[in-house]
Design a protein around this ligand. Sequence first.
Ligand SMILES: O=C(O)CCC(=O)C(=O)O
Length: 327
Amino acid sequence: MLLNSAPPPTKDLEQAKLDLTKFGFCIVPEALNKDEITAARERLLDQAEAEEQQGLSFRDGGPEQQVKLINGRIDKNSFSTSNGGVNQRLWMLANKGQCFRDMVTHPLVDELVGHILGKEFILSTHSANIAKPGGVRMGLHTDQWWMPQPVRADEEYIKPSEISRSAADSFVDPDTSLGISPPVVANCMWMLSEFSSTNGSTEVVPGSHLTGAHPNQEDQSTYPIIQAEAEAGTLMVFDGRLWHGTGANTGNSDRVGVLTTFCSPQFRQQENQTLGLDRDLWDKCSEKLKTRLGFKVWNAYGRIESSMDYLIDIEPERIKELKPNKK
Ligand SMILES: O=C(O)CCC(=O)C(=O)O
């Protein structure tokens, strides 16, 4: 059932867990102190400026922006300011500052993401979204849109590789008598500026995580959307099934947020953290960080050779074609 209210901010973690269960999200104020907010914000804005200067900046959320295709593939230039992009996204934050690596292993993540996914989970994406004035609504979606729906034994199912972001009818209007999928993703929004209804604070639909449904991509006008408004330093944790999306920035200041998205260890990470990690950081990574990045073998998955390996190495020994010695 969709709810018309949001949980008030709370530092009481037991209450935050109850909020996650009931509303699909919780809001924890002062998750970062003033120094941590300043350090993370400065690092992010410097990185953003440098990526812009070097032509690396990824922009979306523009009112006139159209995604272009070249030979059936998305043209990367679609996501640029020259093509009308407004909001700046930064990816692979694990490589871009200690302050971001600390978010991955933060004690609040252990508690609240752990409440949703259990003790073991891995980093799927670590990104920032600087929602800028003029940016439009992203549109509601879930962060596990790719999860196959429960089906009857004799029912046609959508082949898993054919599931797409534009939710099929059976996803928008599922038969919930079959049960619903559990959460396999949990997301953390670290607010590095104030989030307000005018600067593009995240839109959420409380209770939507328990509907078993994905939001209609054609018409979202009837949904009871609430904007998560809070002070800088707040952490919002949300269930991967919660309908949410960036709000429109109709104000005149940037909304600065970092999204640390986790999935359970049997799913594919959105960013390839193990291949993408800056090799120079390896020696400084704690075992906890390596585990969260996906270097830990989970029930024989993610291994290279022996399933008995605990953590895989960043430069693993590769056993190549071998020939026995002939006597
Ligand atoms: O920026 C936000 O408020 C949410 C972003 C989001 O939902 C996404 O990137 O999938």
